[in-house]
Design a protein around this ligand. Structure first.
Ligand code: NYM
Ligand code: MG
Length: 208
């Protein structure tokens, strides 16, 4: 057991903004610094709920908007115990999408914002959220955009507006990636995390 708990870092943002690339690079850099680090991605499509979510996102299965919302949340609760264990053991978690995606994407459909937040209550609160932004006209042109049901430009604009309601400067960093290289964005992320890491509470906090 390590004496210090692991840091919890979440990457958020619209589809094709570069979260997955940055999450992978971040894990590599933190490991190079000698920190035990694990990458977690939501939705985790490998579980039973993840399989249903995948069918929904790919358009194979239709589901009521409330049902799919709760499946995304359940997909996070499935990982809860394991995440607690890892954090307590001193492992840093880099998480590619989390509850903020859940609330932003579902509330962008018109569902009640508070209702969207409520099943997330009790999940682990991250120490830091890195909110990656870019010009939507650019991200919508990127390879693979359009493959899943939420990949429509007008909907992405609504999701962005919903994300804005969630921004909390006390633990969010907005990283504008427009016209920046992957390495520039990576450096900005490392700096942001360094600043946040000096201010981590001993105890784990919970949403919301
Ligand atoms: N998504 C993701 C949600 O609608 N709710 C959630 O809770 C999460 C975690 O799933 N368009 C949406 C956002 C994405 C899609 O994610 C799949 P990704 O990172 O593109 O695989
Ligand atoms: Mg996507």
């Amino acid at each position: 057991m390590s004496s210090q708990r692991g840091m919890i870092i979440v990457l958020e943002g619209l589809d094709r903004v570069g979260k997955t690339t940055q999450a992978q690079k971040l894990v590599q850099s933190l490991r190079n610094q000698g920190k035990n680090t694990e990458l977690i991605r939501f939705p985790d499509r490998s579980t039973m709920t993840g399989n249903l979510i995948n069918q929904y996102l790919s358009g194979q299965t239709k589901l009521n908007d409330h049902v799919i919302h709760l499946l995304f949340t359940a997909n996070r609760w499935e990982k809860f115990d394991q995440m607690i264990e890892m954090i307590k053991a001193g492992t840093t978690l880099v998480i590619d999408r989390y509850s903020y995606s859940g609330v932003a994407y579902t509330s962008a459909k018109g569902l009640d914002f508070d209702w969207c937040c409520s099943p997330e209550k009790g999940l682990i609160k991250p120490d830091c959220v890195l909110f990656l932004t870019t010009d939507i006209n650019e991200s919508c042109k990127r390879e693979d955009f359009g493959q899943e049901i939420y990949d429509r430009k007008e909907f992405q604009k609504s999701v962005h507006q919903a994300y804005e309601k969630l921004i909390d400067k006390t633990y969010w960093n907005i990283i504008d990636t427009t016209n920046k290289t992957i390495d520039d964005v990576h450096d900005e992320i490392l700096k942001a995390i360094h600043v946040r890491s000096t201010n981590i509470s001993k105890n784990i906090s919970y949403l919301w």
